[in-house]
Design a protein around this ligand. Structure first.
Ligand code: ATP
Ligand code: MG
Length: 412
């Protein structure tokens, strides 16, 4: 990709209406554009980063046999009335709209209700189970406060997965499988070392649900942990009964701020009962379907990564999710030719800064954008048939021969 082709410009000054560090940098570096409070456009660099996270999640879910589909954002009040969640007293974050022919519609804040209702058309007998589906879908939530950039927005990208089983035992197996898949996902996006599976409040069908919480000073949640016993729990379940249950004492726990990047939930019959999602078992008897739901806030994950790793110069993306792996700057005519050749061949990996600007300004933008490696080719490095490589995270520099560089590029 050539930067000269992009309409997006980096900004020298931080926007005044952003408080979160990640939001300031994401706007300044041209990843997102603010429409209004809690509503952001994803610009080319931002979209590419978001898609990289999405693709990691997709790969890991597909690997264990999950089915991707896409449901609608517009929702029929019907199923929500059956679970008594259409009323704004029960769901205080609804965005609702009206049909011109009369009647209300909701903009989906989550998809348990329509997902359960939809599966009534496909699940009839025990032979139709187990089943699952997931989607990457824009959710709408009328959040009271939206001041953490893309970490809490009113329109956001969620990956939501729903599972349908004949009974609890079968459900539990899938639940544990997804626990493992989530660990792999957070590790691949670069959050493995700082993301914990926590005990969170359950519901009628399980004592606990689990959340995935990334340690973050500006996180909205507080988690309590005991490193020796590998126990982490949410504030809402911090009580004597739970502590006894987990075999840990209050004074053995330390607290820290964290951001919820995902959760997994045993729903049991919570939705299948009111919506009558049932199957006929081997004895011809009608049974309710046992359900689970599993969310990841894809756009929040991107915000959390931005927030977590940014330094005083700008963003720092982990390699796997960075929009480009290399930021290429050429100094001198021959170097420019060589750089264009490289960009042409590896346009998915290389962001070529061919704008008419001083090298110093380009270096500053490469740091602001958080591209993992900066490559500089000058007539001087070309004399040694090489390029200078600088790692964004560590500042470490080394000279690579062009042959070595091409070998690396073709391997990625
Ligand atoms: P929170 O407690 O942060 O409001 P939640 O419990 O409402 O989250 P879910 O409804 O389970 O979250 O949504 C699944 C995931 O979607 C969450 O784990 C989180 O990562 C993400 N998420 C939830 N609300 C938002 C939001 N307003 N903006 C961005 N991401 C969100
Ligand atoms: Mg919420």
């Amino acid at each position: 990709m050539k930067l000269s082709q992009s309409f997006v410009k980096t900004l020298r000054d931080a926007p005044k209406d952003e408080t979160a560090k990640s939001a300031k940098y994401l706007v300044r570096a041209g990843y997102v554009h603010k429409e209004l409070a809690g509503v952001y456009d994803f610009l080319p660099l931002g979209l590419k980063t978001l898609r990289n996270i999405e693709n990691i999640i997709r790969e890991e879910l597909n690997r264990v046999g999950c089915n991707e589909l896409q449901m609608t954002a517009l929702q029929n009040p019907d199923s929500w009335q059956k679970t008594e969640r259409w009323n704004s007293d029960r769901m205080d974050i609804w965005f609702k709209t009206e049909l011109s022919a009369g009647g209300e519609l909701g903009l989906g804040p989550t998809h348990e209700e329509p997902g359960t209702a939809m599966m009534k058309d496909y699940i009839k007998s025990y032979k139709d189970l187990p089943a699952n589906f997931y989607q990457f879908q824009t959710k709408f939530r009328n959040e009271l406060r939206a001041k953490s950039g893309i970490m809490r927005t009113r329109e956001f990208l969620m990956k939501d997965l729903y599972s349908f089983n004949t009974n609890k035992e079968e459900h539990d197996k899938f639940y544990h499988l997804i626990e493992e898949v989530y660990k792999k996902i957070y590790s691949r996006v670069g959050l493995g070392d700082c993301t914990y599976q926590t005990f969170a409040s359950g519901g009628a069908f399980s004592k606990y649900s689990h959340e995935f919480q990334t340690v973050l000073p500006v996180g909205e949640d507080t988690i309590y942990y005991n490193a020796d016993k590998s126990i982490v729990l949410n504030e809402e379940v911090l009580n004597d009964e739970v502590l006894a249950d987990l075999g840990v004492k209050r004074e053995e726990l330390e607290s820290t701020k964290a951001a919820e990047v995902g959760n997994i939930f045993s729903l049991g019959y919570k939705f299948s009962k009111p919506l009558d999602l049932s199957y006929t078992d081997q004895d011809g008897k009608k049974q309710l379907v046992y359900m689970g739901s599993y969310g990841i806030g894809v756009s929040r994950v991107m915000g959390v990564i931005a927030e977590k790793f940014a330094d005083d110069k700008g963003l720092v993306w982990p390699e796997e999710i960075a929009p480009y792996r290399y930021y290429l700057v050429a100094i001198g005519e021959n170097a420019e030719k060589k750089a264009e050749e490289l960009e042409k061949q590896y346009s998915e990996l290389i962001l070529l800064d061919n704008r008419n600007m001083r090298p110093g300004e380009k270096f500053a933008d490469s740091e602001l954008m958080g591209i993992p490696y900066r490559l500089v080719i000058s007539d001087k490095t070309l004399e040694k048939n090489s390029a200078e490589l600088t790692a964004r995270k560590t500042g470490e520099q080394k000279l690579l021969t062009l042959d070595e560089l091409v070998a690396i590029l073709s391997k990625v």
